[in-house]
Design a protein around this ligand. Structure first.
Ligand SMILES: Nc1ncnc2c1ncn2[C@@H]1O[C@H](COP(=O)(O)OP(=O)(O)OP(=O)(O)O)[C@@H](O)[C@H]1O
Ligand SMILES: [Mg+2]
Length: 264
């Protein structure tokens, strides 16, 4: 096994709130290896986004640490690219300008960054839409732009916080296959949060089930389903068996979270 790209070691996060302290994550540990796709599923509010925000360096952990290629993450980490649920595009910029934005900040020349942007836009199948504004695109197309904008920064690690949750089922499946294609071609390491167990089983090499808040690792599955994970595979006995097993674990935690005290 290659060395872990991400090593989360006993990460805890406590938020001060008006009603007292809220423990969002508790002694959460996870290794993610190079080229691996790890999906995290868990009840709403169990700390998934909190964990991803810590890995991205947006917020610090209260205790514990996260290492990226052996070094502790201290601030916003340019080697990690985050894809959010709500696209997070600049509405006043065209598709091309959105995708070229990161390289522009890095001082890449206009000619070069536009060339690169064209390549990423083509890779997500949006050739011809370079001069469109996000408001003129469908949700699926906007999420493709968001994906190519993150890829244009050439991150080693893709952090995905339910990026396909707002998409219709068909577009979602297409985006999943596209992401897998890009990831395998470019050997990216991916940490992907989703509410959908189907999505986690389609995408992941390993699947992490989180406990109810405060979030801990409840179980880790090695996903041995064959690839490509196309529709037929989703009808196999093994897929259905795994789905049921993960669903039962998540459900236990959802029920637990509804009866747990709100703070503390
Ligand atoms: N900045 C903050 N200040 C106070 N509490 C916060 C803050 N961010 C998150 N929390 C709390 O931490 C807990 C975990 O939130 P988080 O957003 O990580 O959940 P999640 O697992 O991503 O949920 P969902 O699936 O609904 O997106 C929640 O109870 C939330 O209210
Ligand atoms: Mg979240």
């Amino acid at each position: 096994m290659t060395e872990a790209v991400i090593q989360a070691q006993d990460v805890s996060k406590i938020f001060p709130t008006r009603k007292g302290i809220l423990s969002a994550l508790e002694i959460f540990s996870l290794d993610v290896h190079k080229g691996e796709v790890v999906c995290i599923v868990g009840a709403s509010g169990c700390g998934k986004s909190t964990f991803l925000n810590i890995v991205a360096g947006f917020i610090p952990p209260t205790r514990g640490r996260v290492l990226l290629e052996g070094k502790e993450i201290q601030g916003v980490e340019p080697r990690c690219g985050m894809i959010f649920q709500n696209y997070a595009l600049f509405p006043w910029m065209t598709v091309l300008e959105n995708v070229a934005f990161g390289p522009r900040l890095k001082g890449v020349s206009t000619k070069r960054r536009h060339e690169q942007a064209h390549r990423w836009i083509a890779m997500v199948g949006l050739e011809g839409f370079e001069n469109a504004y996000p408001g003129e695109l469908s949700g699926g197309m906007q999420q493709r732009v968001a994906l190519s904008r993150v890829l244009a920064n050439e991150p080693d690690v893709l952090l995905c916080d339910e990026p396909f949750a707002a998409l219709d089922a068909m577009t979602r499946q297409i985006m999943q296959q596209e992401l897998l294609h890009i990831v395998h071609k470019s050997q990216k390491t991916v940490l992907f949060i989703t509410h959908s167990i189907d999505e986690a089983l389609i995408l992941s090499d390993r699947l992490v089930v989180m406990s109810a808040r405060p979030g801990r690792v409840k179980a880790i599955y090695k996903n041995d389903l064959p690839r490509p994970r196309i529709l037929d595979m989703q009808l196999t006995d093994r897929f259905i068996e795994l789905k049921r097993e993960v669903w039962e674990l998540v459900q236990e935690e959802v029920i637990g979270s509804m009866t747990a005290p709100r703070l503390g």
